[in-house]
Structures are given as C-alpha cells and as structure tokens.
Design a binder for this molecule. Sequence first.
Ligand code: PLP
Length: 410
Amino acid sequence: MNTLTSSTQLAIHGGEKTVTTSFPWPIFDEQEVQAVADVVRSGQWGNPDCAGLVAEFEQQFADYCGSKYAMTCANGSVSLRMAMIACGVKPGDEVIVPPYTFIATASIVLEVNCVPVFVDIEPDTYNLDPTAIEAAITERTKAIIPVHFAGLPCNMDAIMDIARRHNLRVIEDAAHAHGAEYKGRKLGSIGDVGSFSFQSSKNLNSGEGGIVITNDDALYETMNSLRNVGRLPHGQWYDHFNPGCNYRITQLQAVLLSQQLKRLDEQTITRDENGIYLDSLLADINGITPLSRGNVAIRHSHHLYIFKYDKSEFGDTSKADFVAMLAAEGVPCSGGYPHPLYKQPVFQQKNWMCYAIPESVDYSQTYCPVAERACSDEAVWIFQFAMLGTRSDMESFAEAIRKIQRTVNK
Ligand SMILES: *Cc1c(COP(=O)(O)O)cnc(C)c1O
C-alpha cells in the first residue's frame, strides 16, 4: 500500500521508486537464437573472404543507409582508424574533433600519428560548433570528425560547406546514430565516410563490431584492403599490398546484426517519438532544459536522451547528487563524462607514443567552456534502452524529476 510518506519521500532515502518499469537490453527472441545456432551448426564461424553472411549483412546495412558500400570490421574504433588512413592523413596532420565524446574519436587520431584539435560544442546541441571549426582550421588541417552525439545530427550543411571550402575530409562518427536522419538522409551517409560501432551498449549491436559506409570507390577499396591484412579482393592469399591488419568480424556477429537490423527502424522511431514527448514534458520544469533538435527535419536516434540541469532550481543540489537521486527513482541515467577528453592523461602528459604531436601543442592550455560546463554542471544522460519505454514511462521520468525538485526545495 502506498503511504503518503513512502511515495513522497525520495527513493534514495527509502521512499518508493517513481519508475517501476525495467528496460531490457538487448532485445531479441528465438530468431536471433536460431540464426546464431545455424551458424554454429554450419561450422563456418569465421569468414576469411568477408563474403557469405558478412557480405549479406553489409549489403543490408548499405541499403538501409542509402550508401553504395558498407564494410564491417572489428569495432567502431578501427573503423575510424581505417577511414582516416583511407582519407590520406599523414603524420602531423591536424584533425578536428569534439572534446565531448568517447575517447576513440580522438585516440584514433593519435594512433594514426595525427594531431587532435579539440573544437568546442554548441551549448544547445552538444555537437561540434561549425563557427569554432572554421576558426580552428590551419594549413595542416586534413579532416573533421563530427560526432552525432547522443544520436542528434550535427549541422551537416555547415560542416560539409566548411569542408568543401577548405578541401577537408569528413568522417562522421555515427557510433550513436544508427538509423538517425538529417533532412531525410541517414547519418553516416553524408560525409566521405560514416563510422558506426556495434559494441554492446550501442543501438545496433553484436557484442562487439563496427562498420564504415561510403559512396567513394577508392575509399572503400582501401578500407577493404586494410581490414583484410592488406590483401586485394582478387589478389592471392599471400599477397599483401597495404599495411593493414585482421579487422574482420565473424559470421556469428553478421547474422546477429542481420536480425537486429530488422528491429532498428521501429526502435529508432520509438526513441525519437519518446524523445519529442519527453522534451515537451521537461520543458515545463524549471531548471531542466532539453537539448535543441535544431531547425531542420531530423530523426534523433537517442543513444542518449540529454537534458541540461540547473542546480539553482534544485536547492543547489550538485549534479552528482541529483543523478544519484534520479537513478534511485528508477530512471536509468548518468551524469556522463566527468571532464572533456583533452583532460585525459594521454593528452595532458603526451607520452613517447604521441611523438607526432609537436611541442607547440600543449593540451594543458586547451579549454572548451561549453564542454567543461556540460561535464561538470549541466549534462544528464538517460540511456537509450529507457527511451524504448512507453509514453507513460516518459511521464514517470518527468514525475521523478518533479518529485526531486519538490523535495530538495522544501
Ligand atoms: C562507442 C563509440 C566509439 C567506438 O566504438 P567501439 O566499437 O567501442 O570501438 C567511437 N565513437 C563513439 C562516439 C562511441 O560512442
């Protein structure tokens, strides 16, 4: 029975949770089990030619994204790495990346002996700020890696325009953005290469894995060779033409992905609709501001649902305490990255492996105020699987926030 006390008291203090739904992830049924079992029984677990079931999934994903080629690989980090090499970056080239993203976006730049240049994000979208990109371009700049953070499309019109004017390559990091759209086009299909991750937390997953998509024949051929120890498609087994590695996936992953892909569109639409609804609910709460969807037609894949928190409307409760309260109420959430990427030891301390970074580049001087504020004070993330809930789940997320606000402001 609900007593007044237990329903008004915060769950973190022993009261009742506002949200009692559980949100399973991954979502699968006998179809996935059967598909994987069939591969197990076939004994053809690997696929050294990347043909068969791997190629089948690649075709499905390319068709889904409306791009000419799709090429699977071990994960969504080496996918970026191969894309960069294929795009022709040379040691010492500068590559523009956001500071508010997963480490791989910037660490692969180091791996190919290039220099990550951190450019701040926009306060209302948390995506790369096109104006700041333009200001950061030097004669060494070779590429931009826009990250469609949380599944919200970057301002691709502006970014592609800058890239064209400065002759830069654009590699979209779409690790959060499977099935998301910008003006009717699938994310990942707009730049030179689009890169996706199939790691287990991602909206389309096979435990681990990644894929690149492109319309460019030459980029595809290079990446395809890099993935397969430098072989060429019609070359001999022992002929290696490029300094690549084995970055192939298994047929077990490929069939799992083919099954999961059938669910992706409906799941993405659900997350997007729930996101729009939650935006409208949270807009009414003082001190809570959903990120902006911009002013062009988009489909947001909500790998994360992000809102901005203002503690002054919550009795000066720190973001960390607020997030702990919200999680205890049953909302799957986090405060996200504690600081921007450039604060990581790999950049601050630049060890011997970072030899391509010139002395003049000093990340201790890097400061992106918007990313700093997002990390320390503002950003709260709700995880993608929670966005697969019902409209009434969205209402209970909003109610959980109101309950916290009422309590801390008492
Ligand atoms: C997950 C992720 C990656 C890397 O993907 P892995 O498959 O884990 O290597 C790259 N960029 C972003 C933005 C990611 O979230």
